[in-house]
Write a new protein. Structure first.
Length: 216
């Protein structure tokens, strides 16, 4: 694993594209909270496989410690020392992410960024155009031992902007200028989340991109 192998584009995710994307992380260092019980092998409600391991365990593997570790690699390891590697397998497709857990009030979240998959081949010219974005996942550890993960749906955000109920820095991006990219700072994103969490809308966490995970 090398720093250059990070895939810096959320559009490569195999999930639904209608998820909220941010240029900056949704977490700040003081809100990061590791959740040991999240580590393990899981199956979702469509029988797809999820493998979640700590980045510390991944970084400690012998194959990732051959030769001298570069400066960039050291920065990467420090930045994501309390995060997870998440491998998602759907039929013959495998996607890998770095997920950073954090907590606001009593609610846990995950900040997802995509990580390189060996079966993705990008030309050098394509890579020059790629930047990474963050997505937000609402995380609930349920009493029956299952885990609920729900991506923040872009439709909810679009509705709030249309109704002029929120003000948060963003840009309209994409060829048709119909995708929202949040550009607020991590602190600004968390201020928005705090207000959003206490809203009375029954639809605020409705999403098309959601999974219920059960330990294998």
């Amino acid at each position: 694993m090398k720093t250059k192998h990070i895939i810096l584009v959320l559009s490569l995710i195999v999930f639904n594209s209608c998820i909220v994307k941010s240029l900056n992380p949704f977490y700040t260092k003081d809100t990061v909270k590791h959740i040991e019980s999240l580590i393990g092998e899981w199956k979702d409600n469509s029988n797809n496989s999820w493998t979640i391991i700590s980045t510390k365990a991944e970084f400690s593997k012998p194959e990732n410690n051959k030769g001298e570790i570069s400066k960039e690699e050291k920065i990467l390891r420090e930045q994501f020392k309390n995060s997870y590697f998440v491998e998602y397998k759907k039929k013959k497709e495998t996607s890998t992410f770095i997920a950073t857990p954090f907590k606001i009030g009593n609610q846990y979240f995950l900040d997802f960024i995509p990580f390189n998959s060996e079966n993705i081949d990008l030309s050098s010219l394509m890579k020059y155009h790629i930047i990474y974005t963050h997505s937000l996942v609402k995380l609930d550890m349920l009493n029956d031992g299952t885990v609920s993960i729900k991506w923040f749906d872009e439709k909810r955000l679009e509705k709030l902007f249309t109704e002029k109920k929120i003000k948060i820095k963003h840009k309209k991006v994409g060829a048709m200028k119909d995708d929202i990219l949040l550009t607020a700072t991590s602190e600004g994103l968390q201020q928005f989340l705090k207000k959003y969490m206490v809203s009375e809308s029954a639809e605020k966490w409705q999403t098309e991109t959601k999974f219920t995970l059960t330990k294998s």
